[in-house]
Design a protein around this ligand. Structure first.
Ligand code: NIG
Ligand code: FE
Length: 386
């Protein structure tokens, strides 16, 4: 079955061949055929299709690619958030609160929670999501977290190295992560991640975990430089990882290393919002030629938002990005952070994941913060129920 969406005031294609960053076509149309984009161009030239949708002059953009989330958890940490807003700083140790709640939850409870959050994301225009484990921290709880995540996405990440669990010896825990835990988790994961930060795991431990992950066919991505300066970003660049996430505290050598390696810097402005930390300087990264993605980091501790439009607005207002750069980073940037070219863009052959905005242009994502602008979403060519 084919669908023609026409009378699109502004179509953001992110076409890499275009002269402008967003590959904008005005007075445009798109044809979807099965799960793919079959055609894009001027509405006047559009071919016929089985189903006809009138966009009413509004904007259509690629669905958001949220390349960083931690959706498999139980409990919430609202009291911790409230304490932070009263002056208590964020610390990695809060993860253990969620670990206890997650271990105590049933598979059904965890699955229901993920389903709820994924639905929440979809309503806000997210059509691809990456989901990490990391709140189980036992062989059983990490493996079941990933098995549950796999029900919702193929972009699953093993994050056994989130924090050393209460009462464990760090060396013995790394041996568990690189041994039996990895073995149990690898069948459900595409990626392996490490929280490389003071209070979590150091550079040598991260290297060891990536080496073991790679041997099991998992590709690396990294949490780094979130709470302070450190070796993580340079390690990610040295290892040629696809993405390194947070990048809040960077020195000149970190920025140069990212620019040279091509590693995508994934910025997570929901974290700085929710921890009251200084925002990362996206302008500095973009000016240095670094590829930038924006993601939600949706998790109960540092960023309990599922909203990519909020992240776009924060990136524009607080991180020095233009609306076009932030829109690109939340779509094509997220795709690059997952090493994907089939999503994050609307060109013939790409997956038919698109969002109709109740707005005339992408600029409104930042211009109208907090307003639910998603008027319609298609995932793999199928419209979501409104
Ligand atoms: O990406 N930084 C490490 N992990 C999560 C936070 C986890 C938590 O506080 O529960 C993050 O921010
Ligand atoms: Fe995270």
């Amino acid at each position: 079955m084919s669908t023609l969406i026409t009378n699109i005031g502004e179509l953001v294609t992110n076409d890499p061949q275009a002269d402008d960053l967003l590959g904008i076509v005005t007075d445009a149309a798109v044809v979807l055929e099965g799960d793919r984009v079959a055609w894009t161009g001027a509405a006047a030239d559009a071919p016929a299709a089985d189903v006809h949708v009138d966009a009413g002059g509004r904007a259509v953009i690629p669905g958001f690619v949220d390349s960083h989330s931690h959706l498999v958890f139980a409990g919430d940490r609202a009291p911790e958030f409230a304490a932070r807003m009263a002056g208590t700083p964020y610390a990695a140790g809060g993860i253990r609160t969620t670990v206890a709640a997650t271990r105590a939850a049933t598979d059904e409870q965890l699955t229901g929670r993920v389903a709820h959050l994924v639905a929440e994301m979809r309503r806000q225009g997210t059509t691809t999501v990456e989901i990490k484990s990391g709140y189980g921290l036992t062989v059983r709880d990490e493996a079941r977290s990933l098995a549950i995540a796999r029900l919702f996405t193929n972009e699953t990440t093993f994050l056994g190295a989130h924090v050393v669990p209460e009462g464990s010896d760090p060396g013995e825990y790394v041996a568990l992560v690189t041994g039996p835990m990895l073995e149990a988790c690898a069948p459900y994961a595409r990626w392996v991640d490490v929280f490389c930060e003071r209070g979590a795991f150091d550079e040598d431990q991260a290297r060891e975990i990536f080496r073991a992950g790679e041997a099991q066919g998992l590709r690396g991505r990294l949490h780094a430089n979130q709470l302070g300066h450190g070796p993580g970003v340079r390690l990610a660049a040295e290892l040629g990882l696809v993405a390194v996430d947070h990048c809040t505290y960077l020195d000149d050598a970190d920025v140069a290393a990212l620019a040279d390696s091509g590693t995508v810097a994934t910025l997570l402005p929901g974290v700085e919002f929710s921890t009251r930390q200084p925002y990362p300087d996206a302008r500095r990264l973009l000016d240095a030629g670094v590829s930038v993605a924006i993601a939600s980091d949706c998790n109960p501790g540092s960023s309990y938002t599922s909203s990519m439009p909020l992240c776009v607005a924060l990136a524009v207002r607080e991180m020095g990005m233009t609306p076009a750069e932030a829109t690109y980073a939340a779509t094509a940037g997220g795709a690059a952070a997952l090493d994907r070219t089939d999503v994050g863009r609307l060109v013939p052959g790409s997956r038919a994941d698109l969002v109709l905005l109740d707005a005339p242009s992408h600029v409104h994502l930042a211009y109208r913060p907090g307003v639910p602008l998603v008027a319609g979403t298609w995932v793999a060519g199928r419209p979501l129920d409104p």
